[in-house]
Every structure is written in C-alpha cells, then in structure tokens.
Design a protein around this ligand. Structure first.
Ligand SMILES: NC(=O)c1ccc[n+]([C@@H]2O[C@H](COP(=O)([O-])OP(=O)(O)OC[C@H]3O[C@@H](n4cnc5c(N)ncnc54)[C@H](O)[C@@H]3O)[C@@H](O)[C@H]2O)c1
Length: 373
C-alpha cells in the first residue's frame, strides 16, 4: 500500500525497464503504445508527437478503447485482459499484485498491455491510472466471504472506499463496469432472485459489494454485474471456488466428502464473465445505468449435482455426509432473463468447464512442506 515515486504509483518492472530505455534515448514501447491512436485497419500510427500529446488523442477506431482494469491480475482479470487485448483494446491494469502477477505473463508480448502496480485505496495511484482511459472495469476487491471475514477492515477499505475513490476521480464520461456478486441476495431458499429482489447480504463480502454497487448506480454512466459463482481454468488459478475445488480433490485425492449437498448455487464460467464485460462495452447505450445478473438458469446446481457431474469425468469415491456445515450459507436460484433479453448468452456449460478443470488439475502440484517427498 505504500505509495511509490510515480505520483503514488509503484510501476511494474516492465515500466521501470521502459524508463531506463528512455533515459538511454530509446523508444518507449510501454505507456506510449497504450496511448497511441489506432487506424481503422487496427494498425498503429507512427508516434511523431510526445507521449503527453499522444495521451490527449482519442482512439480513431470506433470500437478500440483504452480500458483500465482494476484487479486485472486476479482470477477473472487474467482471463479478461488477454481477451480485451485480442479484441484490439489497450489495457492498463491497476493491481497491487496481492497474489502475484504471473497470471498476466501471457499479456507481456502485447505492447498495448500496461501494468501499473498500485492500490485502489491510494487516490494518487487511482488518479494516475485513470488518465486517458475511456472505460473502467472494476474488479479489484477482497473477494469472497472467508477473505473478508479474515480482514474486515481491509475488505471495507478496498471494496467500498476503493470503489468510491474510482468513482470520485473518474470523469463522468468514463464508462464504469462494476463486478458485483449474487452474494448480495443472501439466503433465499425456494425463490428465484431477479434484479428487483431486495439486497439482503448475509456476509461482510455481500454487504461491501451491495454498498459499492449502489454507489456505482448513483454515480451514473455505469453498470453493475451480479455474477454467479465463477468456475473454470484461468491464468491466475483459484482452487477455492467450489467446482474448481471439488474437481481438484477428485483428481488428486480420488475422494470427496460433500456436506449440505442440497444447497443450491449458481455458476458462470470465467470466460463467460470476461465476455460479459466486452458485451457491456460494445452495447453501452443499451445497457448502461442498470444492474444485471450474469449467468444462466441452466447453471443453477446443487453441490451434489456438481460432485456427480465430476464423476462423469473422473473415477473417484464420492461420499455424502453431514459432517460439517458450510460457513457460506448462500442458497438461492437466480433468473438471468434480463441480460439474456439484451442479447447476452453464456457459452460454457458445467460439463465443458469440468473437463477443462480435470486437465488443469493434473498440471497443478503442491509440495507438502512437512513431507520429504
Ligand atoms: N470469482 C468469483 O466467483 C466472483 C463472483 C462474483 C463476483 N466476483 C467479483 O469479480 C472480481 C474479481 O474476482 P476474482 O475472482 O478475480 O478475485 P481475485 O482475488 O482473484 O482478484 C482480485 C484482484 O484484485 C487485486 N486487488 C486486491 N486488493 C487490491 C487493491 N487494494 N488495489 C488493487 N488491486 C487489488 C488482487 O491483487 C487480485 O489480483 C471481484 O470484484 C469479485 O468480487 C467474483
């Protein structure tokens, strides 16, 4: 959280390297590339003006945007950022690299990718990161109920105050897409939640997200996406998401004990989450100033359903027992009709997502620090 020397921003090694190159009189391929205009063919214009002037130039290709992704080094971001780059956008990531930056290594070959190592609670870092972007995708957060419970003050600071910083410092015409969560619905058994269902979070995570999403809607020129629980393989992998965890245990341990198997959850593949951000930016006038559940009704499953689906891919011992209770007491179904009517459909189902997870689980190894082998 300590501010660096660059207006409170600690720049990445890549950017420091660029500074060194500039000092030696060589061309800066970092910030300058981010700000360079694109021709309708998608080719970069030769940079004849200074970096400062280039910053002021608007993009010339209608759909290519300069986008700030906060928390872009995380599980969702490390799938989203490469996708945005592939679409021809310039992407700046503001992330404090809480979990490292390895998830973005595949982006480093793209000169339209820029990493700014900084914190969303640091106003100077945020102000600098917002410079010259047309859209903000705000992912940075303390994510999930266990992490928020462990560090409640940090959760409040990042999830609420960090969002407030971005909203206060952005210009009104900078589009703002906020990653909220279905956790804001809390526990509503036997009821299908839609966007008009009152928010009733039962965890600090849900509370901070509910507060932040209201701030986004009040500020205008923004949308809030209430995502289902993510799953699937990403460059920055998370094994604390239920289908990812279950699949990993099935592959590695060849057994899994499931309790509270009847609890319903709703899932969305991480690539579909990424696609939904692109969808929003492309259909901005049709979708802005509103809130949407993002997922699909066919992806509402019980924990038991998920465990049984994994059995179709992995031969393992599955046991149901009431040996514990999930601290995450969410138990709800969600309607995704609103975003579907706008034209967004998810594409990756549970079966495909699990088959990818099985392949990934074979690649992931943990060394027990107290074992010799
Ligand atoms: N993964 C899910 O199941 C899920 C579901 C619904 C919504 N969401 C939302 O999507 C977003 C991304 O989730 P994720 O799964 O990628 O989480 P993640 O924990 O993998 O990534 C969060 C990223 O934010 C960064 N970060 C944390 N605090 C920061 C700070 N103070 N300043 C700058 N960067 C900071 C971290 O370094 C990390 O790279 C979150 O806002 C989350 O609430 C996720």
């Amino acid at each position: 959280m300590s501010p660096g020397q660059n207006g409170g921003v600690e720049t990445s090694t890549a950017c420091l390297h660029n500074e060194a190159m500039q000092r030696r009189g060589r061309k800066d391929e970092g910030l300058a590339s981010f700000h360079q205009p694109v021709s309708p063919s998608g080719r970069i214009h030769a940079r004849t003006n200074s970096t400062f002037q280039a910053r002021l130039e608007p993009p010339r290709m209608e759909l290519a945007m300069r986008i700030l992704v906060t928390g872009g080094a995380g599980y969702v971001g490390s799938t989203l950022v490469p996708m945005l780059l592939e679409q021809g956008h310039r992407v700046r990531v503001l992330d404090n690299l809480k979990f490292g930056g390895h998830g973005l290594l595949p982006c480093c070959s793209n000169r339209f990718f820029e990493l700014v190592r900084g914190d969303v609670t640091d106003a100077a870092a945020v102000k600098s990161a917002l410079d010259g972007v047309e859209a903000i995708i705000h992912l940075a957060a303390i994510v999930g109920y266990p992490a928020c419970k462990k560090e409640p003050q940090l959760a409040q600071a990042v999830n609420v105050d960090g969002t407030a910083n971005l909203l206060r410092l952005r210009k009104p015409d900078q589009r703002f897409v906020f990653a909220s969560t279905g956790s804001i619905y809390g526990s509503i058994p036997d009821y299908v939640c839609n966007e008009d269902t009152p928010r009733s979070p039962i965890t600090l995570y849900g509370e901070t997200k509910a507060t932040a999403e209201q701030m986004v809607l009040d500020a205008g020129n923004g949308i809030a996406y209430r995502f289902a629980t993510a799953f699937g393989v990403s460059n920055r992998m998370r094994l604390d998401l239920m289908p990812n965890d279950f699949t990993y245990q099935a592959v590695k341990n060849r057994n899994l004990i499931v309790y509270e198997g009847g609890f319903k959850r709703t899932f969305v593949h991480v690539r579909d989450m990424a696609r939904s951000f692109i969808f929003a930016l492309e259909r901005w006038d049709e979708v802005k100033d509103d809130v949407y559940n993002v997922g699909h009704e066919t992806m509402n499953f019980t924990k038991e359903d998920v465990a049984r689906k994994i059995l179709e891919h992995v031969d393992y011992y599955l046991h149901f027992a009431e040996v514990g209770s999930d601290a995450d007491q969410r138990n709800y179904e969600v309607s995704y009709e609103k975003i579907r009517k706008k034209g967004f459909e998810t594409t990756v189902d549970l079966d495909r997502g699990i088959s990818e997870l099985v392949r990934a689980a074979k690649l992931i190894e943990f060394q027990n620090p107290f074992a010799n082998v």
